[in-house]
Design a protein around this ligand. Structure first.
Ligand code: AMP
Length: 459
């Protein structure tokens, strides 16, 4: 059996891996690390949860240690681009963990936090920079960052980047990179437009692919309940009361929908927080921390905000609303059953969502077991506690910070909302209702691998 010791990684990296108790590489690590150690470009088809972060960061750290030199002022030796702040923070943390016995510096830059500290952090140059595209370009425009000394460039979750409308930012970044560099490109899916983007970045790449979809789905017990849209809150209360939940991620399609769910739960005295693009950075960090620490068991999220979040011990994923893009379902339920654990996914299906569920079942080649409504359901619906007061739901995007301050987690979030950031170029642009509406629902009858056209551009 291959172990990490077989790769010939720098001793300081092996020490860090031992400290983390990693012994056996995951399939993506097994496939990606050897060619990356040889300096090859790589196109990886893999999603979060497969171990791809170590897959790309271990050989990169090995390179930085093998060819040691100081980064140039305002420069970086390795650049990782990620679509969301949460994912960027997570990647940076992984790099810090794997490089903890080295002197390599790791910085993260993303929007929603003051730029001045980031400018200061970059002034002397850094070894590893993890960034979201919008803030990266802001820093370049302010001459606080230059990319002409980048030795390793990693583009993570390329399909998500396209979904969020970052294509023009990526093209700009590509022009600023030096021609001699190693490129790593990761995407969970590889429809034609992503493959075309990959071609623009990669030079004679090795392609590795792990398809966790089928295996992930297999490990998860999937249930479906048919319920009227307006009765979903009552069903959620019942599920929360009757299921043995350690941690549950509850998915809604829109940001306002997420807030409404939190307010309804709060009305029944059930603690929950929401994470989505209208939340300030500090609110999102606070909600994630509370969820990680077990302070709250229920986190209500929109798809884009939840993407890439790696929280262990998620026992349940509840699809309060069904995504109209099957991959989104796979991403959602992949938040549970991590690292061999069993997980449960429960989908609340309103009559108009049935075709979406059919499409999901066809793509995942799996079928959810029916979970009947509870016997006393009519009574539960009649006696549903009133939601706590919240912002008026006008269906607008709620950019007005004064409205944002009234969010459903009021009183729980210790973090003050940061002044909002004007047009959003980072993190969670184009999410929720806008993003979903721009996608067309197309029934497909091909397998997961042939599932093209699911990713359409937003923004
Ligand atoms: P990633 O897909 O990179 O986000 O990794 C998913 C999770 O798996 C993270 O919590 C990693 O710390 C963990 N992980 C990655 N590689 C290994 C490994 N070889 N052995 C055990 N855990 C791992």
């Amino acid at each position: 059996m291959t172990t990490f010791n077989d790769f010939g990684l720098h001793a300081d990296i092996n020490r860090a891996l031992a400290a983390k108790d990693y012994t056996v590489p995951t399939p993506i690590q097994m496939q990606a690390i050897p060619p990356l150690m040889k300096g090859r470009d790589l196109c990886g088809i893999a999603q979060t949860g497969t171990g791809k972060t170590a897959g790309f960061s271990l050989p990169s750290i090995h390179h930085l240690l093998t060819y040691p030199h100081r980064p140039t002022p305002r420069g970086c030796r390795m650049l990782v681009l990620a679509p969301t702040r949460e994912l960027a923070a997570q990647i940076a943390q992984s790099c810090r963990d794997y490089g903890r016995f080295t002197k390599l510096s790791v910085s993260t830059v993303f929007g929603g936090v003051p730029i001045n500290k980031q400018i200061r952090d970059l002034s002397g140059g850094v070894d590893i920079l993890v960034a979201t595209p919008g803030r990266l370009l802001d820093l370049i425009d302010q001459r606080a960052l230059r990319l002409d000394d980048v030795e390793i460039f990693v583009l993570d979750e390329a399909d998500q980047m396209m979904d969020m409308g970052f294509i023009h930012s990526l093209r700009r970044v590509a022009k600023l990179l030096p021609s001699r560099r190693q490129n790593l490109f990761f995407s969970a899916t590889m429809p034609k437009e992503i493959a075309h983007l990959a071609e623009q970045f990669l030079n004679d790449p090795v392609t590795v692919s792990v398809t966790p979809q089928a295996t992930t789905v297999e490990k998860i017990r999937q249930f479906a309940t048919f319920v009227e849209q307006k009765e979903k809150q009552a069903l959620l209360h019942s599920v929360v009361a009757t299921q043995d939940i350690d941690r549950a991620l509850i998915f809604t399609r829109t940001k306002h929908g997420a807030d409404r769910v939190v307010r309804h739960l709060a009305g029944a005295g059930i603690k929950a927080m929401a994470i989505h693009g209208n939340k300030s950075q500090s609110q999102r960090t606070h909600a994630l921390q509370a969820f990680r620490s077990g302070d709250i068991k229920l986190l209500v999220a929109t798809d884009i905000a939840a993407r890439g979040i790696d929280v262990s011990g998620v026992s349940h994923v509840i699809n309060f609303e069904i995504p109209n893009v099957p991959e989104q379902y796979v991403h959602r339920i992949g938040r549970t059953a991590r690292a061999g654990a069993e997980g449960m996914a429960i989908s609340f299906i309103a009559p108009d969502e049935r075709p979406y569920m059919k499409d999901i079942e066809r793509v995942t080649r799996s079928k959810s077991e029916p979970m009947p409504l509870p016997e006393n359901f009519n009574e539960l619906v009649r006696n549903l506690p009133k939601p706590v007061a919240g912002p008026r739901d006008t269906g607008s995007q709620g950019r007005d910070p004064s409205r944002q301050r009234q969010d459903a987690n009021r009183g729980r979030n210790s973090g003050k909302p940061q002044g909002e950031r004007g047009p959003r170029r980072d993190g969670v642009a184009g999410e929720g209702a806008e993003g979903q509406r721009k996608r067309r629902f197309r029934p497909r009858n091909k397998s997961v691998g042939a599932h093209k056209g699911a990713v359409t551009r937003v923004g």
